[in-house]
Design a binder for this molecule. Structure first.
Ligand SMILES: NC(=O)c1ccc[n+]([C@@H]2O[C@H](COP(=O)([O-])OP(=O)(O)OC[C@H]3O[C@@H](n4cnc5c(N)ncnc54)[C@H](O)[C@@H]3O)[C@@H](O)[C@H]2O)c1
Length: 376
C-alpha cells in the first residue's frame, strides 16, 4: 500500500513541536511528508523545506494557497491529511477550511481558542465525515494504554480518588519581566485563547483523566493564579473535580513551579488497587495494592495488553519516549485513514478536543465567579 500523503502547517525550524510530528510520522513507514507551510515568512519557510530535503514545489506561501493549489491536483496525488502545528489561534480557521475542502486533519491541542469554535468544527466534521485527530500526545505512551486497559478490566475496582499533577517552571523567568511576558505568545490572549496554563497543560491532564478512567468530569471548581494584575493569562491553577461515578479528585497545574521541567503525573486510586504513571519516566507503570509488594510494570513485556504493546518497537529495557508516543498516535490515524482495524482509543478524536475546550472555559468561569462549582 502506498504511503499517506502528509502536509504540515507550522512546525518550522523555530518551533517546539514540529520535529516531534515529523519524526513520529515516519516511525511506522506509513506517511510521506509532501509539503506545507512551515513558517509565515516565505524565506524561512522555503529555507526550512530545503534544510529537511523536501522538494519545494509543494511548499506554499500560506494555508489558503496550499488548499487552493492542492485541490487542483487529482485526488490520488493530493495531500490526504494535514497536520496543524501553529499557535492556537490559527487552529480553528485552518481546520475549518481543511474540513470544508475534504482533507483529513491532525491538529495540535488546544483544539481552538473557544468552545463555540470547537463545536462548530465538530458539526462540520460530522457532516463531512473526515478523520480528525487532536494530538494529546501522552495518550500514545504504551504504559498509559496499559493503565487504561487495566482500569477497564476492573483491576482497580471502583475508582474512588483521582490526582493529576502537571508542573512546569518555564514561565518563572518570563513572568517577572513585563517586556518578556508581553512578547510570549502563550501569554497573549489573541494568540493563545482565554487561558495559558489550563489551556496548554491543564487540557492534557483533563484529557488523560477521562482517557484512562473512561469516566467523565461532571463538575469542577478552579482557583487560578495570574501573578500580576496586568497579566491576562493564568500561569498556575488548582482544580477540584467530581467524576460522574461520584468520586472526587484534583488536577494541579503550574508553569511557575520553579525548576520543574515536564512533571506530569497521573495517579488513579481504586478500592482494589491503584496505578501511578510519570511522564518523565514513561516506560514504567506503578501498581499498588494492599496485600502485595509494590509492583512496577514495564513497557515491552508479554504481561501487558495487546493495545499497550502494539506501539512498542524495540525490546524492553531500551527506553522509548515522546517521539514514540506521538508515533503511536500517527499510527492510529493511519489505520483510520486506511480503514484498517484498530484499538478503541488509538488516537484522540475531535470530540476529545471539544471536551478539552469545555474544560478550559469552565475552569475560567469557575475562577472568575469566585471559585464556584460549575457543571460540565
Ligand atoms: N501535544 C503536545 O504535547 C504539545 C507540545 C508543545 C506544543 N503543542 C501545541 O503545538 C502548537 C505549536 O506549539 P509550539 O510550541 O510548537 O509553538 P512555536 O511557537 O514553537 O512554533 C509555532 C510554529 O508555527 C509557525 N507558524 C506561525 N504562524 C504560522 C502561519 N500563519 N502559517 C504557518 N506556520 C506558522 C511558526 O513559524 C513556528 O514554526 C500549539 O498549539 C501548542 O499548544 C503541543
Amino acid at each position: 500500500m502506498s504511503k499517506i500523503r502528509l502536509g504540515i502547517l507550522g512546525g518550522g525550524g523555530d518551533s517546539l513541536i514540529g520535529v516531534v510530528h515529523r519524526i513520529a510520522s515516519q516511525m511506522f513507514d506509513k506517511y510521506q511528508i509532501i509539503g506545507g507551510v512551515f513558517n509565515p515568512n516565505w524565506k524561512e519557510n522555503y529555507d526550512f523545506a530545503k534544510k529537511i530535503d523536501l522538494p519545494t514545489n509543494r511548499v506554499y506561501k500560506d494555508f489558503e494557497n496550499l488548499i487552493a493549489e492542492e485541490l487542483k491536483l487529482p485526488e490520488n496525488k493530493r495531500m490526504q491529511v494535514i497536520s496543524i502545528l501553529t499557535p492556537n489561534f490559527l487552529h480553528y480557521p485552518m481546520a475549518k477550511k481543511l474540513i470544508e475542502s475534504g482533507f483529513n486533519v491532525i491538529c495540535e491541542k488546544p483544539l481552538t481558542t473557544s468552545y463555540q469554535e470547537a463545536i462548530e468544527l465538530e458539526s462540520l466534521k460530522n457532516e463531512k465525515k473526515c478523520v480528525f485527530a487532536v494530538t494529546y500526545t501522552y495518550t500514545g505512551y504504551p504504559m498509559v494504554r496499559q493503565m487504561k486497559q487495566m482500569i477497564s478490566d476492573g483491576v482497580l475496582g471502583r475508582i474512588q480518588k483521582v490526582d493529576l499533577q502537571y508542573y512546569q517552571g518555564w514561565i518563572n523567568p518570563i513572568i517577572h519581566d513585563s517586556e518578556k511576558r508581553t512578547n510570549t505568545w502563550r501569554l497573549n490572549p489573541e494568540k493563545s485563547g482565554i487561558s495559558c496554563c489550563i489551556g496548554d497543560i491543564g487540557t492534557h491532564a483533563f484529557d488523560m483523566l477521562e482517557y484512562v478512567t473512561d469516566l467523565k468530569v461532571s463538575k469542577l471548581l478552579s482557583d487560578l493564579n495570574y501573578m500580576y494584575d496586568d497579566n491576562p493569562m493564568d500561569v498556575d491553577g488548582t482544580i477540584l473535580v467530581r467524576m460522574d461515578n461520584g468520586s472526587k479528585g484534583v488536577i494541579r497545574t503550574s508553569q511557575i513551579a520553579t525548576g520543574e521541567e515536564n512533571n506530569f503525573t497521573v495517579a488513579i486510586y481504586g478500592e482494589k488497587g491503584s496505578l501511578k504513571w510519570e511522564q518523565e519516566n514513561p516506560n514504567y507503570l506503578n501498581y499498588l495494592t494492599e496485600n502485595k509488594p509494590f509492583q512496577i510494570l514495564k513497557r515491552g513485556n508479554v504481561y501487558n495488553s495487546d493495545f499497550a504493546e502494539d506501539g512498542v518497537k524495540i525490546p524492553s529495557g531500551h527506553p522509548e519516549g515522546i517521539f514514540d508516543a506521538m508515533g503511536n498516535i500517527y499510527k492510529g490515524v493511519a489505520k483510520a485513514i486506511n480503514k484498517e482495524k484498530s484499538f478503541s482509543g488509538e488516537y484522540p478524536e475531535l470530540s476529545d478536543g471539544v471536551r478539552g475546550m469545555l474544560f478550559i472555559e469552565k475552569a475560567i468561569t469557575s475562577n472568575n465567579n469566585g471559585n464556584i462549582w460549575v457543571e460540565l
